[in-house]
Write a protein that binds this ligand. Structure first.
Ligand SMILES: CC(C)(COP(=O)(O)OP(=O)(O)OC[C@H]1O[C@@H](n2cnc3c(N)ncnc32)[C@H](O)[C@@H]1OP(=O)(O)O)[C@@H](O)C(=O)NCCC(=O)NCCS
Length: 154
C-alpha cells in the first residue's frame, strides 16, 4: 500500500487476521460483545464487513447482510478513542450507499433502548422505530428489549 493511502483513514474488507484487533475493541466498547465466531460466520456468509484502517490500526468496523432487497445492519463499531469524531456516521453512510448498490430498498437494525449514542445516530440518519423485540439482548440482569429501526433507501 502506498504511504499516502496508509496515512488517511480508509475502508477495506475485513479479513480473519483482523479478528484479534476487532475482538479487543469489542470487549472495550460493549458490555456484551460479539464472539469471534459471530465475525467468522459473517465472513463465511460473505456479509459486507468493511473496516476503517488508519496507519495500520483498525479504528472502526461494521457488518451488514443484504438479501431479498433488504439490508440488515448487524454491527457498527468505533474503537473507544476514535468515538465522537464522525466515524460512526461515516460508516453508516458508507453502508447505506453499499446497500443501495446491492439493490436493497430498506435497511433494518436493532438497537438497545439504553444505547443513547446508537439511537441518536440512527435517528439523525432518518431511521424510524417500527417495533420492539422483547428480551432480544442479554443484559447484566436478565434480558433487554431491542428497538427495531427501519430506513427506506429508495
Ligand atoms: C454508536 C457509535 C457507532 C457512534 O459512532 P461515533 O463515531 O462515536 O459517532 P459520530 O461521531 O459519528 O456521531 C454521529 C452522531 O451520533 C450521535 N452520537 C454519537 N455519540 C454520541 C453520544 N455519546 N451521545 C449522544 N449522541 C451521540 C450524535 O447524534 C452524533 O451526531 P453529532 O456529533 O452531530 O451530535 C459509537 O459510539 C460506538 O461504537 N459505540 C459502541 C458500539 C455501539 O453501541 N454500536 C452501535 C450498536 S447498535
Amino acid at each position: 500500500m502506498s504511504a499516502q493511502l496508509n496515512d488517511l483513514p480508509h475502508y477495506r474488507h475485513m479479513v480473519e487476521r483482523d479478528l484479534d484487533a476487532i475482538m479487543a475493541i469489542e470487549k472495550v466498547i460493549y458490555p456484551h460483545p460479539w464472539t469471534r465466531g459471530n465475525f467468522k460466520d459473517s465472513l463465511r456468509e460473505n456479509y459486507h464487513c468493511p473496516v476503517i484502517e488508519f496507519r495500520g490500526e483498525i479504528i472502526g468496523y461494521c457488518v451488514m447482510a443484504v438479501a431479498a432487497g433488504e439490508a440488515h445492519l448487524l454491527n457498527l463499531s468505533v474503537a473507544y478513542r476514535w468515538q465522537r469524531q464522525g466515524r460512526g456516521r461515516d460508516m453508516l453512510n458508507y453502508l447505506l450507499a453499499l446497500a443501495r448498490d446491492s439493490g436493497a430498498a430498506k435497511m433494518f437494525l436493532e438497537v438497545r433502548p439504553t444505547n443513547i449514542a446508537g439511537v441518536a445516530l440512527y435517528a439523525a440518519s432518518g431511521f424510524t422505530e417500527i417495533a420492539i423485540r422483547r428480551g432480544y439482548y442479554p443484559a447484566s440482569e436478565g434480558r433487554e428489549d431491542a428497538i427495531v429501526m427501519q430506513l427506506e433507501l429508495a
